[in-house]
Design a protein. Sequence first.
Lengths: 372, 187
Amino acid sequence: MSEFALSQTQETFVMNLGPQHPATHGVLRVKLTMDGEYVVRAEPVLGYIHRMHEKMGENRTWAKFLPNTGRMDYLHALAYNHGHVMAVERAAGIEVPERAEYLRVITTELNRISSHLLWFGAFVLDLGGFTPLLYAFDDREQILDLLEGVTGSRLTYCYYRFGGVYNDVEDDFLVGTKAFISRLRSRLPMYHGLVTKNIILIKRLKDIGPIPPDMVTRYGATGPVARGSGFNFDLRKNEPYSVYPEFDFDIPVYTECDSMARYMVRMDEMEQSMRIIEQAIDKLPEGPVKAKKVPKTLKPPAGDYYCAVEAARGSFGVRIVSDGTNTPYRLKLRSPTYSNLSLFEEASEGMLLADALALMGSLDLVIPEIDR
Amino acid sequence: MLLDTIKKELAAVALSTEEEVSAEDLAATETPETVERAEGEAPAEAPEGKEEEKPRPPIMETDYRAKGFHLDVQVAPDKVVEAAKILYKENFFIEAVTGVDWLKEEEFEVVYDYNNMAELCRVVVRTRVPRSTPQLPTISEVYAGANWHERETHDFFGIEFMGHPDLSPLLLPEDADFHPLLKDYTP
């Protein structure tokens, strides 16, 4: 506990933040023990949108679980699609055609940008700035339109299949994506001028909500939270999957450990995602988008398999235990924000409530993914 | 290599076993001086293991491309804390804790997933507890992040982590008295 919280009188009161509160982005409830404006203890209370996806997984075939994956992290649904199909492909030994892998990368990265854009808008909204949200949603809308043309849905995508993707893309998707990238390239400097260099934002984020590297290891935080604390850890580089090794991109890492560092990581990641998409479109090979001979009833050999992808919020892992039948024996879903949020109680001790909310926003929470 | 280091260290806490190292494992292991060979019986018996179905060795390197992890370690339930301490010393972070209900064997398997940020090395630590008395010590004092993972495992399976600060339902309703991931659970 911080010195301040210890030195204060024992007069505390309990306050509920959420489960319906604009700053918690969904149905997260935080039970706050407050000493005036200072947080003595912040205990997240989960489960308001718990749907037991893992049990649902055990009750249906491997393929029928696919739509569920898009309903956990609804902001980066394609990464969750990707994690599940990759895990099952690994278990069943399915090879994916190269064109399908490229399409997966292009769409996942587009989805990552849209996720970061929404986070950007909502985060600045948490801090009291309303306008950037409208700009960010304007850009994000373009991505939703692009992905809608390919996947058929706007938010809870279910585009990947075992051994490939659902359908091939049209040329206008590729043209539209390129146009979008040049548009966002011209918009990002505006965001930086309007928001990043804004003295109010800097005062709200700089040195606020420190997450030391030791805390990252103990809690297993991943994604931009770990990268904002100096860890050069991104599964796209550390555990290269799909066709990521073929692209030239950097992993933004900041060592300041504060909320500003996590903000900067995500802002820089958008630029890197654009680099990946551009290269992928240029290199996009011809060919089929679905593997031939994927059996309708999949029966992966008995055993357990693990597969993880880098989602917008960190590593999303799927642990499969198969008993050789057409349904999983056990399906464990490791969601990144679950671990990232668990450090909030320790990190927010002794902070001002307004600063604690800045810290919470910088964790980029998506509650359906925490509760699963 | 990190994998070799951690393998040597974890061999101290892995289940001791009478059976020898399987031929597959010997093939997968590159270094001739492996710890389990020293612990196991003479390697001359290994070819016999090919014919009859042998239980897996308690610590083995796995085929990463096929399985998705590098090292698979079986420990006794009371050794999970020691294993966690060894992994923490080598800067591993905890990825997840979960259970598997093996109804036929009347056992719960508790699985700990670890990973390392400096060098890719996924380590799986498993232990088995009887279904009738599912108790094992908590590792939340070593890895604070395990707190929620263990609480979730308690929610879903009813596995009790002794010494855990708070095992009240996390994801389930606060008055939940059921464990939905049990194979014999009927709503």
